[in-house]
Every structure is written in C-alpha cells, then in structure tokens.
Design a binder for this molecule. Structure first.
Ligand SMILES: Nc1nc2c(c(=O)[nH]1)N[C@H]1C(S)=C(S)[C@@H](COP(=O)(O)OP(=O)(O)OC[C@H]3O[C@@H](n4cnc5c(=O)[nH]c(N)nc54)[C@H](O)[C@@H]3O)O[C@H]1N2
Ligand SMILES: Nc1nc2c(c(=O)[nH]1)N[C@H]1C(S)=C(S)[C@@H](COP(=O)(O)OP(=O)(O)OC[C@H]3O[C@@H](n4cnc5c(=O)[nH]c(N)nc54)[C@H](O)[C@@H]3O)O[C@H]1N2
Ligand code: SF4
Ligand SMILES: [Mo]
Length: 697
C-alpha cells in the first residue's frame, strides 16, 4: 500500500482559506485534515470541510457529460461523450458568436475561489470570443467599494493579531459560522480579558457568546456609527494627533455627526439611547487608555440599499480614536486587497483585442435573461455558460431567474459537481473536478498567506478541471492562441505578481511543497498613516465619492424596504427578513451532503414571540413567507433570537430539497446597493402567515 500526504487549500468562499493535508492511500483520499503548522488553520477545519470526502465521493457526483432529454428544469439527462458534448457546444455557440458574441454570457462566482479554476482559462475563452462581461458583484462589492473610498483598499487588521485586542466589535458578521478561525482568536482575546460586542439584528451563534449583543434593525448600521462618532466628538474621546496627521476632512465630519444625537440614533436603529452611549464610550475610552480596539466588520451589514455607505461610515471609526496605531487595532473587512494577484496575466484582457463588450450584472440575471434586444441593452442573451455558481438558488428574485432559465431558446451549459437547481436547466451538463482532483493557487480574504493546492487524487469518472473544459471548448471553437496551451501549473505560477514587494518571494514550485507562505506586510499597516487613498489619508471626506455622485461624507441611507422609506409597503409587509448563511452550508454548497443537511434539518424561519403571537403562529408550525415577488414556506421557530420586527431564514437551501421547491430568494429583490452594483438580499420586507401542514407546498 502506498500512503502519501498531499498539501492542499480549502477552495470555498470563506475568509479562512484553510491549509489542508489530504491522506491518499492507493489513489484514494482517506482523510482531509487541517494543517497544524499553518498559523490560522492551526489543525482545525470546520464541520463542512472535515466531511469533504463525503462530498467528493458522493454517489450523486456528476461523472460524465450529459445532454438534457426532459423539459428545462425537469432534470432529465442522458449520458453523452465528451466529443459529442464539445461538438454540440461549438455548434450552438458558433452561429450566435457570428451574429454577436455579446449574446453569450458567462455566469460564475466563487464555487471555488481558486485563481486558476476560477477566472483564468475561462476568461481567456470569453475574452477571445468577445462575450458579454459579467459584473461579479453578488457578495462583497458594496462594502469593498465603501471601504476603498475610506481606507483605500481591502487591507486591514491582520487576523493573527486579534487575540491581543482589548475590545472587539463584531459588526455584521457571525464568525462561529462563517469565519471560524477568527473566532478561535477572539476566544483567546476573551481569555486575555477582552470584551466582545456583537452588532447584529439577529442573536446569531456568535452574538449569544459575546459579552454584549446590540440588535439594530437591518440596514441602520451607518446611523449607529454616526451616533457613535457624535458621542466621541462631544466627549472628546478622540486621538487628535492621529486625526491631524493621517486623516482628511475631520472638520466636515464633525459638522455632519453633530446631527446624530444618541436619541436620533437610537430611534433610527431601534435600540436604546444607553446602548448608543455605552458603545461609543466603551470604544473611545478603551482606545484612550492606550489599548487596542478592533472591529471585525463583515459582509452581513452591506446587503442593503446603503450597504456601501454603512461600511464606509464604520471604517472611519478607527482613525478617529487612533486604533490603527496598534497591530491589534483597526478594522478588518477583507484582507484580499493585500494580495498582488496578477489577474492580467491570468485572465488576459488583451485577448479582447480592442473589443469592449457590454457588462451584465449577475444580480439582475432574472430580468436580463428575459430582455429582448434593444439599443440600450444590446442583443438578447442567447447562451449562458455557468460554472462555479448556482444562480437558480443564490440569485435574488428567484421566480424571475427561473423564468429566464426556462426559455426554450436559451442555450445553457453548466459545469458542476452535482445536479444543482441550476444544472436542471442545462442543455449540456459537464462534470467538473473538485479541489482534491485539480491544481490551484489561492489568496485569502481572512488571512495573509498565499496558498497552494496540489491534486491529491485522479479525476473521478470523466470529470475535468474547469480550465481543461474551457481549453477544449476554445479549441473546438477554432481558437489557436497559445494562451490556450498553458497548463494549470503554468497558470498558477503567474498567480501573484513577483514584482510587488509583498510577493517578491512567490515561487510556485516551492509553494506547492510548503503549501502556504505569508505576504510581506507590516503588522500594523496604518500605524503611521500611509492609506492607499488619493490623499494618502483615511478619508472622512472623499472627493472621489463626490465625483461619483455620492455624498462625500458619511451618511445614513435607509433601506429601500422599510417603514421610514416606504410606509405603504411596510403596512402590507411589516417584517424585515434576512437570510444569512447557515453554519453547515456554504452558500448553496453542501446542502446535498446528507450529514450536513441532517444537522440543519429543514428550512426554518426564526420569528420573535410577539410577532408570532399576533399571527397565531406557534413554535414548530409551518409558515408562508411572502411579498409581491413570491413566497416560500419554512418551519417557524418562535424565538427572541430574531428581534421584534425581524424574521430570519438561515440559507441557502437547494430549492429542490425544500418541501415547496423554493427558498428565501423567492422574496429577495434585484435592486442594487448605493455603490458597487451589489445585491440587497437583506433589504426585504415580508409578511408571514401560518399554513396548515397539509397545505404547506
Ligand atoms: N458556514 C458558512 N460560512 C460562510 C458562508 C456560508 O454560507 N456558510 N458564506 C461565505 C460567504 S460567501 C460570505 S460572503 C461570508 C458571509 O459571512 P458574513 O460576512 O459573516 O455575513 P453574513 O453571514 O451574511 O451575515 C453575518 C451576520 O450579519 C447579520 N446581519 C444581517 N443584516 C445585518 C445588518 O443590516 N446589520 C448588521 N449589523 N448585521 C446584519 C446577520 O444576522 C448575520 O448574523 O461567509 C462565508 N462563510
Ligand atoms: N438569500 C440569500 N442569497 C444569497 C446570500 C445570502 O446570504 N442570502 N449570499 C450571497 C453570497 S454572499 C454569495 S457569495 C453567493 C454565492 O453564490 P455561489 O458562488 O453561486 O455559491 P454556491 O451556491 O456555493 O454555488 C457554487 C457552485 O459551484 C460549484 N463548484 C464548486 N467548485 C467548482 C469547480 O471547481 N468547478 C465547477 N464547475 N463548479 C464548482 C458547487 O458545486 C456549487 O454548486 O450567494 C448569494 N446569495
Ligand atoms: S470552509 Fe472555511 S473554515 Fe471550513 S475548511 Fe474551508 S476555509 Fe476552513
Ligand atoms: Mo459571499
């Protein structure tokens, strides 16, 4: 028997990008563990990925190319050969490309975060074709944009420093579920005497374990931060030296926050005046005492109309109190901007050869698939190639997405591991390899290590890596550019820009052997300013925002759907609904892994006892959640975890594994955020009513 240990990296859309050790015996993977030597993984994987073998060797894995034989959405397929699949794809795409290649659309996100199996060979193909571009903004782009205006890029406090903070605000994040290895450090901080405060409308698994939980209504975080700043200014809990040297626009900010009295703040957020005052004082006084104060801000708070502005506003706080002076102070939203990933080398925009295709926003796929050709829109979308994503489950306003994918005249190719809700609509379904079967290079958004993934086992069945599938399609389409001859290792060797000071030591063959290597980065990135903004300072006032038609100062933008902004709608649909990640799923990935789905049980809706009582809903009863866009059913959990006025449906369920064939995205909208062209999943008003068990679906 041969037994080897292969180094890998977790490919999932999770900040932690863990270092994996895969045990392989006679060509079969027998164990997946976390690397004990990798500082952030520290030998621990989340439950999902410690069950990785159950997913990889799942009996439902797609192993052969298939062609649809039933109706769209019915999920009936017949096996075909790769030759047949490639011929059919080329034969269908070629005439469309001859008319207008922009009628072809890639649809992808972060099924794998790999730089190679993500957008490298795929983009080379779509660029050569001249296909529509896709705005990949389904997750983080509102917050990333707001953060960038203020701080200059997705750079922040190093995860490896958080254990030394004295106060941590966990703001719009649920690290126990979605950022486990930060939670380990926060617990260590707690042991060392730190105070943890969760700011979250929902009493999440994390919120219940913090010293304090403040529950503002969704989408009111900017108001809370403005109220904090009001108190910091009024009580002079400021670091004037830091403000003078390293910030821009303090005088204007001071005027702006004068309006945000604790009373107005409390009223806007639906919390108490004392909560506002105490939070500001705790933050300001701890910093004033010379102790590190840190904020772990996460994407949960930016999936609303004013999501970009909320992040931008919160990002001003550390500079006001001089928190950046400490390695364990400041704020982390994402560390991804620290990595000099070489997207130009990987994706080769030069292959566009001067073409400038239109851009389709992935959040409005429901509407866009139903649009006819027009001068404003361009050609009707005639073909979609989906990889690394499951739009039927994850995109907002699901009924519209379904109507789009149902179009008989739409040619749909899906590259997948499993027959997902989206795969059911494919004309051609292609089997893709998993992380154990292919090579990749990774950055992370929750630590600072470049990561390598080696292939541990041979591809199962006839599965192929995304890269290889796009190489083959490109060749079948007659593309001869040498860009399509590069191997996955050649691509991975271009993942990071070695000319950049942070990655001068990047060496792919070495990284493959060691698995991970930290970027060159100072421990306290902004201790002495040096913000990568236009002014080089933390920008309380942003001329760039003004130029982009936005308020140059922090402000509060109410949700599209709220009592304040739309009282008539709120009358009809009085409950705010959010649908954040369930701990045992990763977006819609893992929902079909039996042991993980068993832990989550079935789709639930958490509803406050007062809201349940007024609707005659008892714990455990089936309820219907609805608004003008659609409806889905879930089992009610009557619990004060959801604050009054809020309902929570942990997500993202596969629609076909729910009793009614629907999920939370039936009721979410395709409206976009204030900046970053991002979705507003948590800016949703609904009504909830009891259904009798028999009438459930
Ligand atoms: N287990 C698991 N881990 C995951 C994922 C997963 O699906 N499952 N998904 C991954 C991905 S793609 C991402 S983007 C991240 C997401 O992870 P996070 O950035 O942590 O975001 P969410 O889980 O969307 O929301 C976190 C918390 O924000 C709260 N929240 C919702 N709306 C608001 C608001 O308006 N204000 C405030 N203050 N809080 C609000 C929610 O109640 C939730 O508890 O996690 C990644 N990790
Ligand atoms: N209601 C609601 N909707 C949401 C969210 C929410 O909180 N609430 N969160 C949003 C967020 S933050 C995000 S990031 C998106 C996530 O949306 P997606 O990025 O679409 O994430 P997944 O649902 O995990 O789907 C990824 C798919 O890629 C496949 N895959 C994985 N690796 C590979 C590979 O190597 N090759 C190929 N071909 N396929 C692969 C997986 O099997 C899986 O089916 O969802 C968004 N939608
Ligand atoms: S999903 Fe996140 S926590 Fe789990 S193994 Fe992957 S990177 Fe680590
Ligand atoms: Mo995400």
């Amino acid at each position: 028997m041969t037994k080897t240990i292969v180094r890998g990296a977790c490919p999932h859309d999770c900040p932690d990008t863990c270092a994996l050790l895969v045990t392989v015996e006679d060509g079969v993977a027998t164990e997946v563990k976390g690397d004990p030597d990798h500082p952030t993984t520290a030998g621990v994987l989340c439950t999902k990925v410690s069950r990785y073998l159950e997913r990889t060797y799942h009996p439902d894995r797609l192993l052969y190319p298939m062609r649809r034989v039933g109706k769209k959405g019915e999920g009936k397929f017949e096996r075909i050969t790769w030759e047949q699949a490639l011929d059919e794809i080329a034969n269908r795409l070629q005439p469309i490309a001859a008319r207008d290649p922009q009628a072809i659309l890639p649809y992808s996100y972060c099924g794998t975060m790999g730089l190679v199996q993500g957008e490298a060979m795929a983009m080379r193909f779509f660029h050569t074709l001249g296909a529509s571009l896709l705005d990949r903004t389904v997750c983080a782009n509102a917050g990333a944009t707001g953060y960038k205006y203020t701080i200059g890029g997705s750079i922040g406090t190093d995860t490896e420093q958080f254990q030394d903070a004295k106060l941590v605000l966990i703001w719009g994040g649920n690290p126990i579920a979605s950022n486990l290895h930060l939670w380990t450090r926060l617990q260590e901080a707690k042991r060392r005497g730190a105070k943890l405060i969760a700011i979250d409308p929902y009493r999440s698994l994390t919120a219940e374990k913090c010293h304090q939980h403040i529950a503002p209504m969704p989408g009111t975080d900017a108001a809370l931060a403005l109220g904090m700043m009001h108190v910091l200014v009024k009580e002079n809990l400021l670091d004037h030296d830091y403000i003078d040297k390293y910030t821009f626009g303090f005088a204007q900010l001071k005027d702006r926050v004068a309006e945000w009295t604790p009373e107005r703040t409390a009223q806007t957020c639906g919390i108490t005046v004392d909560e506002v005052l105490d939070l500001a004082r705790e933050y300001g006084r701890t910093a004033r005492a010379g102790e590190p104060v840190a904020i772990r801000m996460n994407y949960g708070l930016q999936r609303v109309h004013g999501g970009g502005m909320a992040v931008r506003t919160i990002a001003c706080l550390p500079a006001l109190v001089g928190a950046w002076r400490h390695a364990a102070g400041g704020v982390q939203l994402s560390t991804s901007g620290t990595f000099p990933a070489d997207k130009v080398a990987l994706q080769r925009p030069d292959l566009l050869r001067g073409k400038l295709p239109r851009t389709i926003n992935m959040n409005t796929i429901g509407a866009d698939l139903q649009k006819e050709a027009s001068p404003a829109f361009g050609p009707k979308i005639d073909a979609v190639i989906v990889y690394n994503s499951n739009p039927l489950a994850i995109a907002p306003d699901s009924a519209q997405v379904q109507r789009g994918f149902e179009r008989e005249d739409l040619f749909t190719v899906v590259l997948e591991h499993f027959q997902t809700d989206t795969a059911d609509y494919a004309d051609i379904l292609l089997p893709a390899t998993t992380q154990l079967e292919h090579v990749d290079a990774h950055l992370a958004y929750g630590h600072l290590y470049m990561m390598a993934n080696n292939a541990a086992i041979a591809p199962l069945g006839e599965a192929k890596p995304n890269t290889e599938i796009f190489r083959l399609i490109a060749k079948r389409m007659g593309f001869t550019d040498p860009a399509f001859d590069e191997t996955d290792d050649e691509l991975a060797a271009k993942a990071f820009d070695k000319k950049h000071e942070r990655a001068v030591h990047f060496d792919w063959p070495l990284l493959k052997r060691t698995g991970w290597q930290k970027l060159n980065m100072p421990a306290a990135p902004f201790a002495e300013g040096g913000f990568p903004t236009p002014s080089g300072k933390c920008e309380f006032y942003s001329a760039a925002m003004q130029a982009d038609g936005l308020d140059p100062l922090p402000t509060y933008i109410p949700n599209y759907e709220s009592v304040a902004s739309n009282p008539e709608l709120a009358e009809k649909y009085p409950l705010a609904m959010i649908s954040p990640p369930a701990r045992n799923f990763l977006n819609s990935t893992f929902v079909n892994v039996q042991s993980l789905r068993a832990t989550e049980g079935e789709p639930h809706l958490d509803i406050h006892p007062v809201d349940a009582a007024s609707r005659g809903i008892a714990d455990g009863e089936m309820v219907r959640i609805f608004n003008d866009r659609g409806a889905f059913v879930a089992r009610a959990r009557v619990t004060a975890r959801a604050r009054a006025g809020l309902v929570v449906g942990l997500s993202i369920w596969w629609k076909k594994l729910a009793s009614d064939g629907k999920n939370a995205n039936e009721v979410t909208s395709q409206r976009l955020t204030d900046m970053g062209r991002a979705p507003t999943f948590y800016d949703t008003l609904v009504q909830v009513a009891k259904v009798s068990e028999s009438a459930a679906p």
